[in-house]
Design a protein around this ligand. Structure first.
Ligand SMILES: *[C@@H]1O[C@H](CO)[C@@H](O)[C@H](O)[C@H]1NC(C)=O
Ligand SMILES: *[C@@H]1O[C@H](CO)[C@@H](O)[C@H](O)[C@H]1NC(C)=O
Ligand SMILES: *[C@@H]1O[C@H](CO)[C@@H](O)[C@H](O)[C@H]1NC(C)=O
Ligand SMILES: *[C@@H]1O[C@H](CO)[C@@H](O)[C@H](O)[C@H]1NC(C)=O
Ligand SMILES: *[C@@H]1O[C@H](CO)[C@@H](O)[C@H](O)[C@H]1NC(C)=O
Length: 525
């Protein structure tokens, strides 16, 4: 509650277009202890959120100073996000027929539930609930805006970045209106569904894999899994490509085709509607807030079932190609064949390098591959691109024991690793907090062995560009404090990593021993 209060103080600052300095003083005035602890978070939150939105939407709108301050305000809230959502019996989880209830207690999203005779009207971006309940029982708060025929009226933007007004401005708002059943005769059902609907948006930052999982699929799982697929998804800012890309997963969350809310003008009628998605924390599912203690491992199990058929057909294709190659290779060198035979028979543990190109690339990746092979790994380099089929990436990671990658949105794929395997995140200068909060901590929650490899200044390409006493190398935090644009242009967009292989070797060897021990344990069971 304290943190919630603090958030409102900050919101006040926003309206006055407070700059970052004002934000900082406001925070330190509220609680210097909290300020200290949360400060690094703030910058990193900025890094991630702004990076993604600048990249995806390429709009200066999202890179503006006001967006900066909004993100700031969220950073303060960081620790309070989960705390604000109370226990399993969350607000509105059991309401009586003919009523509507909105839970606006979370800093990340609003969720409204309507139960009874629910009918859509996409032309006016509205959802109506017709009720026989007497007005007294229903009216909770009559504002001056409310039409006298309306018993209750709420507005919701069904997207999970409520604190980030710049992106929320791009999300369609829905009007949720409760009326007495006398009015329903003018509003005929074109399609009658006998299962509940979940309304959400695939706009905003959709297009970036981190946001697609963090603000889309995980919240969708959290909000809808208890319906056991007896649920219809009604989507705002609907994209065909999104339905295609995530079709495998969607078909494991619902038995019904999705509805494009603004594209489908028919009146859809439901016995219940959940408008907006619940979200717990970064890339995770908090079992204490779920029915049946469902966790992020259960979410991953959904992914596994979803990708199994496609992964198997890809494997078959690969085997066929390998056999053809082998046939052609009758005359190839015996050492090559020996190596292939070794790979197949010794079952060397697999290591995947999620490779970036452009900024934050590993410039000595070739040597890293060689070193990992010498240690005893079978190495696969995966370069995820926007068009890369997710089942392919899933197949590569699900069959590997170790994943290495440099901090960035592609680290979201740690969700594809089997619990108990190793995730080594290479952390460039100036990205330490974000690396841990967005990927390190969620990876631990999935049960991965997480290793954060914080690079030394010498391993950064910035080492050649700046004097070694320059704050850019010595004190990245102080540079980030100067403003988002510094973080972005110095640390995110223009930094590569040249791994100190001697130093990295130790981590890799440890990962190898751990993996071998685990494999031996498994074979002795
Ligand atoms: C809920 O109310 C609607 C009308 O208000 C009615 O048609 C429906 O049968 C009710 N459902 C239940 C489960 O009582
Ligand atoms: C009623 O609504 C108004 C504006 O919509 C709001 O300012 C007020 O706090 C609400 N009152 C209660 C008791 O929820
Ligand atoms: C969920 O976890 C709690 C506490 O760990 C435990 O008491 C409860 O039995 C669990 N429920 C289920 C359905 O597993
Ligand atoms: C992932 O790996 C596990 C363990 O090897 C296997 O049982 C499962 O079928 C794999 N999933 C997919 C989609 O390939
Ligand atoms: C990055 O990837 C693109 C497309 O795969 C390729 O054309 C380009 O050469 C790569 N750049 C570097 C520096 O490797």
């Amino acid at each position: 509650m304290v943190q919630y209060f603090r958030y409102h103080q900050l919101k006040k600052g926003e309206h006055h277009h407070a700059g970052e300095d004002e934000m900082l003083s406001l925070m330190s005035a509220t609680s210097s202890g909290y300020f200290k602890r949360s400060r690094p978070k703030l910058f990193s939150l900025l890094i991630l959120s702004l990076l993604s939105c600048c990249l995806i939407l390429g709009s200066h709108l999202f890179c503006s100073p006001s967006a900066f301050s909004l993100l700031y305000s969220f950073g303060v809230e960081g620790d309070g996000v989960a705390a604000n959502v109370n226990a399993k019996a969350s607000l509105c989880s059991s309401i009586s027929n003919g009523t509507m209830c909105c839970d606006r207690s979370s800093i990340r999203s609003d969720v409204c539930v309507m139960k009874g005779d629910v009918r859509t009207n996409s032309a006016s971006s509205s959802i109506f609930l017709y009720t026989s309940k007497s007005t007294d029982a229903v009216i909770k708060n009559v504002s001056s805006l409310v039409d006298k025929d309306e018993l209750q009226h709420e507005r919701v933007k069904p997207y999970t970045r409520k604190w980030e007004t710049s992106v929320m401005d791009t999300i369609d708002e829905l009007d949720l209106i409760v009326k007495t059943e006398n009015f329903r005769n003018n509003h005929h059902c074109d399609v009658k569904h006998d299962v509940p609907a979940v309304f959400f948006s695939t706009g905003g930052y959709t297009g970036n894999v981190y946001h697609e999982f963090n603000d889309g699929l995980l919240p969708l799982y959290i909000t809808s899994q208890h319906f056991k697929k007896k649920v219809v998804f009604v989507i705002l800012e609907y994209h065909d490509w999104w339905i295609m890309k995530y079709g495998d997963i969607l078909s494991h969350l619902t038995d019904y085709p999705a509805i494009d809310f603004s594209g489908d003008k028919r009146t859809h009628c439901f016995p219940e509607a959940v408008v907006g998605l619940r979200i717990h924390d970064e890339l995770t599912v908090d079992p204490s807030l779920m029915q049946g203690n469902k966790s992020v491992v259960d979410f991953r199990n959904v992914l596994d079932r979803a990708y199994l058929p496609r992964v198997q057909s890809l494997l078959k294709e690969e085997e066929r190609l390998a056999q053809e190659k082998l046939k052609q290779k009758v005359h190839s060198s015996s050492s090559e064949i020996r190596k292939e035979v070794q790979d197949a028979t010794l079952k060397r543990p697999k290591l995947v390098i999620l490779s970036r190109n452009g900024s934050r690339a590993i410039t000595n990746e070739d040597l890293l591959v060689k070193m990992a092979e010498e240690i005893g790994f079978r190495v696969e380099v995966v370069r995820p691109e926007r068009t890369t089929e997710l089942a392919r990436i899933y197949g590569a990671l699900n069959s590997s024991e170790v994943m290495i990658g440099v901090h960035g949105a592609a680290m979201t794929h740690f969700l594809f690793m089997r619990p108990g395997s190793v995730f080594i995140q290479v952390i460039p200068l100036g990205t330490e907090w974000a690396a841990d909060a967005y990927y390190g901590e969620p990876a631990r929650k999935l049960g991965l062995k997480y290793v954060g490899y914080q690079i030394l200044p010498r391993e950064s390409s910035l080492y050649d560009k700046y004097d070694r006493n320059d704050p850019v190398l010595r004190d990245p935090e102080s540079v980030s404090e100067k403003g988002w644009q510094y973080t972005k242009s110095i640390y995110l967009d223009n930094q590569n990593v040249r791994l100190n292989l001697g130093r990295f070797h130790k981590r890799l060897l440890r990962a190898y021993s751990y993996t071998i021990a685990k494999m031996n344990r498994r074979s002795h069971l």
